[in-house]
Design a protein around this ligand. Sequence first.
Ligand SMILES: [Zn+2]
Length: 57
Amino acid sequence: MEITCHFCFEKINLELFIEEGEKQDFIMDCEVCCHPLHITAEWNEEEEEFEVEVDAG
Ligand SMILES: [Zn+2]
């Protein structure tokens, strides 16, 4: 899936795996501007995909 960086607004590829949990909360650095992004993801059973929120890390 693609997320948008909170700082530079570039699109970054993010892979999430259900095996790692239905709720995930982690920090990753933007590949483009290297700012830390706070990712919160929650599995949506009906849509069968993660709902992801991005904010400043
Ligand atoms: Zn960025």
